[in-house]
Design a protein around this ligand. Sequence first.
Ligand code: FRU
Length: 485
Amino acid sequence: MLRPVLYAVFISSAIALPETGWYPKYHIAPQHGWMNDPNGLIYFQGFYHVFWQYNPAAPQWGLMHWGHARSPDLLTWEHLPIALAPSLPEDIDGAFSGSAVLLNETLTLIYTGVSENGTRQVQMVATSQDGVAFEKLGVVIGENETNFRDPKAWWQDGSWYVVIGAQTADERGQVSLYSSPDFFNWTPQGVLAQADPSLGYMWECPDFFSLEGKQVLVVNPQGIQSKGEDFQNLFQTGYFVGSWAPGGNFAVERGFRELDHGHDFYASQTFDSPDGRRLEIGWLGMWESQFPENASGWAGMLSLPRELTLSDQGDLEVRPLREIQSLRTERLEVPQTLHITPGEGVAILQNISHSEMALDFNLRNSSSNAFAIQLTKESFERDGGAQVHVDRNCSRVFLERHYPAYNITRSSRSVAVNLTGNLSLDIFIDGFSMEVFVNDGQAVMSSRIYPDAELRTFLITAQNGSVAVDRLKVWDLYLSIINAI
Ligand code: FRU
């Protein structure tokens, strides 16, 4: 008879974790344990630094640390030691989300310390000279608040500013603004924005930045009710566009809209690249959902870095980081227009695991009013899988998934797209993620998918007529993720 304690040791060292093919090859994911929000995105001393909400102890959310990786080019990532671990009375229940700035050549983090069983949230600072080892300097903003977290700081016109996610006394989401001459002594500057009752009870992870002469406020509301096809996820990442100058009010010109239209995109953060692009990374996940990869000892993934621009109409345009193209190894190029007719569908390729597919549909030469790009076995209806379904009757693009083996029931998300001319789709698959960029920046949809090996065939199907694909290219994408130093 084995004693229980020995039995537990035997189990953990002897059982190989399942190999699912879900571990990403060009996205950041934890090597073990749990990941949620990206934090502290910054370029410092020749490296892009990405931190994340991290539970090293188990592949579920738990005591929050800051995981850490860096990259010279946003392509090749090196995992580094944990940057922040709960250690002080004020962060003993967790080092929650926050951001990074460069303060007198020092990499400086501002993050939320959680204590008193999660009921007290304060803002704390830590610094690093080398970008690897961090020293905590303690609390800099300490109100007695339960929902007061996720500071995002920036420098503007001779002063530091920070926006913090908060809640009003009658439980509506709010963004609080503070300013400081030195990053340590902060003065409240009032409320930057507040939810009307339909926009949620708490706003997490605010982000506030200027883009092409406008000011963009990103918030992550909890508690918005779904409305038709919109706000279908438990929580959303969305944005307002308006104008603002230090000392003034944020005058909203365009109301709240979702930033990503898939099942899994949350708590994104933006930062400046040295060449002046506004880049964004989000968590490819959603609270209170299944994370089947955790059977392998790790859970979570960050999105591809994305480039944000603002259209003349005030819509955020989202494109994949252009450097990603350098990872491409060509797998397939269809040299002439492909006509897909109703029937069984055209199977294009098998074993799509870590790939990019670019498709241009010529809708003027297409009679079909509904067609789909599928990742399935032979039939999405029968076998499940994932599909991007284009419906010209309602002018929407749907991203649908169905993985009954992992208790992920069939559901779709959608976005309105003008479907009169051409439609271009740039689809990234990496292990268990699918990110669909529509019409060069017009919309993006990100969802987690959980295909077993046999559910990785890429098919195109059409209903009630044919569809013309003018361009079809597939690449495999690879990069190396280096282990911890
Ligand atoms: C958002 C969030 C943040 C918090 C963190 C905790 O996903 O709830 O508000 O800081 O995750 O891990």
